[in-house]
Design a protein around this ligand. Structure first.
Ligand SMILES: [Zn+2]
Length: 62
């Protein structure tokens, strides 16, 4: 899967975050850079978020 905005290849965490933050049903995903712009946050915060979801056992991040 590639980022819908910039076309960069997406990692599992980026796809997981896109689903968590937007909708599980989405067919597109966004990279960290585009997600941070979209949600007015930083890439570091998004990495922390992915870690927190993984620790909570979310299957999107395993
Ligand atoms: Zn992107």
């Amino acid at each position: 899967m590639k980022c819908s905005l910039c076309g960069n290849p997406l990692g599992r965490d980026e796809i997981g975050l896109s689903k968590k933050l937007i909708s599980r049903a989405i067919q597109e995903g966004y990279c960290y850079a585009c997600l941070s712009r979209k949600f007015r946050t930083t890439e570091a915060q998004l990495h922390d978020m992915a870690d927190a979801f993984r620790k909570s056992g979310c299957t999107l991040f395993q």
